[in-house]
Design a protein around this ligand. Structure first.
Ligand code: ASP
Ligand code: CP
Length: 306
């Protein structure tokens, strides 16, 4: 049976440590990996829009010497004719050795995995999970702090529908001494199942409605976009979309080495004036995304031996 990555908790902390170490090696010695996935094909099946995730998967496979195929929108696939996820996967695995899939329905990549004879990677499913963004985030945190334990992480914005938040919490809750500061309007608080994950792993959390008072205690502030596409009505989105806007002024009381993260795309929630500050790490996240996806592809293809 192939290994899949559907939920970040599919991987142990040891496996995540190995992926981070492999990414560091790829960053240091990219030429050593240029044929590591030669003659292998990655299919990217994106039933939802993407810039970073799809292109970083494709760049990752190309840099490993492999090839890519796929589609970038539901409209250009036979899903629009009514084809099921199961039949799509049965088809694509005839042409590809590994599949990265993004879908608006929660659980669609899990359904895909149940019908797959090749590894399936969840590249984002509805408002639920985004495990490869989390790998990117973990690599960023590890590069910045040299460790993942003992960090206080503020997550701000749409904690209800933000799948990157759900996966990041699920990953980080397993490391000792992690504290989450959950900042959102009351309409966009983290779902109960996410809070349960924090409690189950013995991590700690607090919930609040404003950033200012908590800023001095954070090691990392993870900003998120209000997820317009998950709202049932536009009026609610318009009312909530600018709940938090991070400006340089708001960072005045942050720790000197605090970092600002964002999975991107950004809309209004981080002022472009923050981009020039040393704490802004969101474009570093973008860059690291390719390297950790290279490590992931090698792992799932069974080519991760040194
Ligand atoms: N790009 C991330 C995602 O697909 C975050 C976002 O869209 O706000 O979940
Ligand atoms: N971070 C992220 O998933 O970006 P895209 O939606 O552009 O892929």
């Amino acid at each position: 049976m192939p290994r899949h990555l559907i939920d970040i908790q599919d991987f142990t902390q040891e496996e995540i440590a190995a992926l981070i170490a492999r990414s560091e090696d790829i960053i240091a010695r990219p030429q050593d990996y240029q044929d590591s996935a030669a003659r292998q094909k990655l299919a990217t099946l994106f039933f939802e829009p993407s810039t970073r995730t799809r292109l970083s998967f494709e760049a990752a496979m190309l840099d490993l010497g492999g090839s890519i195929l796929g589609f970038a929108s539901q409209d250009s696939s036979s899903a629009t004719k009514g084809e099921s996820v199961a039949d799509t996967i049965r088809t694509v695995q005839c042409y590809a050795d590994i599949i990265a899939m993004r879908h608006p329905k929660e659980g669609a990549p899990l359904v895909a995995a149940r019908h797959a004879t090749v590894p399936i990677i969840n590249a984002g499913d509805g408002g639920q999970n985004h495990p490869t963004q989390t790998l990117t985030d973990l690599l960023t945190l590890h590069r910045e702090f040299g460790q993942l334990h003992g960090l206080t992480i503020g997550l701000c914005g749409d904690l209800k529908f933000g799948r990157t938040v759900h996966s990041l919490i699920a990953a980080m809750a397993r490391y000792p001494g992690v504290h989450f500061v959950l900042v959102s309007p009351k309409e966009l608080v983290a779902p109960d199942y996410v809070i349960d994950v924090i409690k189950r792993h013995g991590a700690t959390y607090e919930e609040c409605r404003t950033m200012d008072a908590v800023m001095p205690k954070l090691d990392a502030l993870y900003m998120t976009r209000v997820q317009r596409e998950r709202f049932f009505n536009e009026a609610d989105y318009v009312r909530l979309k600018d709940s938090f806007i991070l400006t340089p002024d708001k960072l005045k009381h942050a720790k000197p080495n605090m970092i600002v993260m964002h999975p991107l795309p950004r809309v209004n929630e981080v002022s472009v004036l923050v981009d020039a500050l040393a704490c802004a790490k969101y474009f570093d996240q973008v860059r690291y995304g390719k390297f950790i996806r290279m490590a992931l592809i090698l792992k799932l293809l069974g080519r991760d031996a040194a």
